[in-house]
Design a protein around this ligand. Sequence first.
Ligand code: NDP
Length: 241
Amino acid sequence: MEFAGKRVIITGAGKGIGRVLTQMLSARGASVIALTRSAGDVEALRDVPGCTAIEVDLSNAQATRQAARQALPADLLVNCAGTTDLQSFVETSVESFDHLIAVNTRAPMIVAQEYARDLIAKGQKGAIVNVSSVASFVGIADHAAYCASKSGLDGLTRVMALELAPHGIRVNAVNPTVTLTPMAVKAWSDPKKWAGMLNRIPVGRFAEPVDVAEVILFLLSDEAAMVNGIAMPVDGGYMIT
Ligand code: NDP
């Protein structure tokens, strides 16, 4: 897979999957424009060769659009930023629900709109990967807002794939199971929940960020030229159990 000289926008590049993906693309000669929130991460990303970091809170629609425009031009886009908030369904607050939809579903739409408009205007081809979750396919206790936000993202991915493919822009989603990042610590540190989830993964382990990043790289690459509109589990077989 050839990424040398490509400019790639990655949201949520500060930690976890986005951070590992940024390092992998940098090592392959790509320039990454990282959109992320914490000032410390923005600072640390400056040490990654070829990486430019833009500090933005993706829950703010106007700031997101401004940051997306600032990040252009780009060849490829990965909407990786995401957040979660554990609440039972009956306790799920409107504030939390709105926040998760804003970061996990609305921000990918806004960033992709700016990216796609620019490519369409120039007649250039591209590819987008939206980082979704197996939580899009199944119900997970205490994840009502998260599941809704990721199912929404998969729906968005399909419409984007349909409308952007005629312009030469492919759009796909990856749907990881529990991946060993700061988010997993937040969502799965209860040993009972952890064990219950692990028991349902046939390969017998959780995903590492690199497992997810490798699939994203494939979907971004020209090798995936006929792959468009899919939501691809990266789950060690969780979805077949
Ligand atoms: P991490 O929490 O490790 O990293 C998430 C990144 O997104 C951080 O850099 C974070 O910045 C950034 N981010 C979150 N909210 C905002 C915001 N409002 N504005 C700007 N940046 C923001 O998560 P993962 O790497 O685990 O998750 C990456 C993606 O993978 C997410 O979309 C997640 O939903 C998905 N996923 C993760 C799974 C897991 O088990 N880890 C499983 C399935 C899917 P900051 O820390 O500064 O807020």
